[in-house]
Design a protein around this ligand. Sequence first.
Ligand code: BG6
Length: 318
Amino acid sequence: MSSDGPTYKMGSTGGQALVQEKKGEHTFEKLVLVHPTAKASCEIYLHGATVTSWKILDQELLYLSPTAAFAPGKAIRGGVPVVFPQFGPGPLPQHGFARNSLWTLGETKVVQATGDMSTELHLEDTEATRAVWPHAFRLTLTVVLKPTSLSMQLRVLNRNPEGGSAFSFTALLHTYLGVESIAKTRVFGLQHARFVDQLDGGAVKQQDSEAVTFPGEVDRKYLNVNLARVNDGGNCELMLKSTGFRDFVVWNPHVKKTAGFSDMPPEDWRKFVCVEAGVVQDPVELQPGQAWEGAQGLSIALLPEVQSQVAEKAMQKL
Ligand code: BG6
């Protein structure tokens, strides 16, 4: 990585920097946010508005493929690419064009009292998007970094003129969570939920067991859910909460599918699980002038048993 930045000032206690990276023939820009009062940071590429790193206490919580393709027109494999206006295959390229498009950077605000940082990225229709999807739209991704959480809100505005056409879309925050080992990873909170099994011809099933496990490839759309917990056998759990988004996709490609990826090492399916908030089953329809919002919050918490051990140790020291 070669860095020509920072363009913005990064103070020793945190701040923001717009860093330029040369990857092969192309230069990419990423915004680095460092929380001024807590050990938390994140990185967001303008390419796809892809959050590629989220760290707490220097610990990386997202997975980014070491062989991810950084090239115009290609999605970054890992982090949190934004899927819009189409989830999965369909008339548009797989997962739509937002994850392959160059977004523009808005303002970063810092809440004085807490140091929490909030930044906005925007994407509007261009000639290229209108050629494949004939609509005027504006997307705003708002990323908020707090000491133990990272939230992302996607706002979709139909900018077609009054009397123009409505549009419908599906969307997803395609979140690659880093895990210690997929074999030990459990996703809780989805018991009794209905899901569409994308590996079984779209059959609708019910999650009977308490936890989703990953003995093989898993590719499911869980319907009408807004809360999940991811436990990879470590001391912390990652909590995912959503509003506006109705569904979660839970995905891990396992050995065979990963072998077909040119942008991921063959063993790396062991290192992540995708738990992704989205509207992926029933599309959202927006009239001209209307807007829709969906958000997901990721936060980490020490497991209760670890918390009590920490508290016990602290008491012993008193
Ligand atoms: C998931 C889908 O969201 O994304 C899977 O449910 C898909 O079916 C996966 O394989 C990865 O897609 P892509 O286009 O990034 O390889």
